[in-house]
Design a protein around this ligand. Structure first.
Ligand SMILES: [Mn+2]
Length: 274
């Protein structure tokens, strides 16, 4: 199984008041070209498809165009989850129909425990969640933190592991040891919302969204943030944005970065007002 890993499209986002839809359409076009050139079997989008829980009409129409093109015209299976910027309920509209064309969209935590199997790989599509949802799911009041929740969720996923398949987690959270940048909304401050990477080593690859720089998590060859396709803050001005191409045929998985070229680059100019 060879797939493209992207995340944090934030369709409808404005940067200091500037509409980014033209840039976002161009980034999508490049992502599609990479998917075609690399002959991937699927495209993974690890949350924050929209920038807001209540996206504008233009944002809804733009994302709709992209997903219809990717799934219906180009015939790529899509594996996607909701992020903290998405409304799971609104984004998840129609997801049972979409599965019939291999567009797998998960917006509830319980859905993440039932793997989607494509080729040689089981994908666990775990949307962004708050600890209370996992507390309710397992009816266990001792689950207070995201780390405790993930421990239970990963154990439940492992129960579903088919031994002859590879196992990929798609998720949207803050992995312990990662570096924040300015354009991410920090839901909580402090260590309680961090997921220890030790918990994630059982997977052949972990496709993360939430942090907007691909360098956010270092020294983890098979646990990656894709980062956003565009620079969303001046602190990201020097970044190279792009996507990962992941091959699960090898052990460990082979992971290659493919850069995107900004339509209009973000440049920081400094000066003094005389
Ligand atoms: Mn995000």
């Amino acid at each position: 199984m060879r797939f493209l890993h992207t995340a944090d499209w934030h369709i409808g986002k404005k940067l200091h008041g500037y509409d980014l839809l033209t840039e976002q359409r161009d980034a999508y076009r490049q992502i599609k070209e990479i998917a075609l050139a690399e002959k991937v079997d699927a495209v993974v989008i690890a949350g924050d498809l929209y920038d807001r829980a209540l996206p504008s009409e233009d944002a809804v129409a733009t994302l709709d165009d992209m997903l219809v093109d990717l799934n219906r015209q180009q015939q790529f299976p899509i594996l996607a989850i909701s992020g903290n910027h998405d409304s799971g309920v609104r984004l998840g509209y129609g997801r049972e129909w979409f599965a019939s064309t291999h567009f797998y969209l998960k917006t509830q935590v319980a859905e993440g425990l039932k793997p989607v199997t494509l080729g040689d790989t089981q994908f666990f599509l775990l949307p962004y969640f708050e600890p209370f949802a996992v507390r309710q799911l397992f009816n266990d009041d001792t689950i207070r933190t995201v780390a405790q929740a993930m421990e239970r969720l990963v154990a439940a996923m492992q129960d579903q592991f088919a031994p002859d398949k590879k196992h990929v987690l798609v998720a949207h959270f803050f992995a312990a040891g990662s570096q924040h940048s300015d354009s991410e909304t920090q839901v909580q401050v402090g260590g309680l919302n961090a997921v220890p990477v030790d918990l994630l080593q059982t997977f052949d690859y972990v496709a993360l969204g939430h942090l907007h720089r691909k360098e956010a998590l270092q020294n983890e060859p098979t646990i990656k943030y894709s980062g956003s396709p565009l620079k969303f803050s001046t602190s990201e001005a020097a970044d190279t944005k792009g996507v990962w191409i992941v091959d699960t045929d090898t052990t460990p998985a082979t992971v290659t970065f493919k850069p995107l070229k900004p339509l209009h680059d973000l440049v920081v100019l400094q000066g003094r007002v005389p």
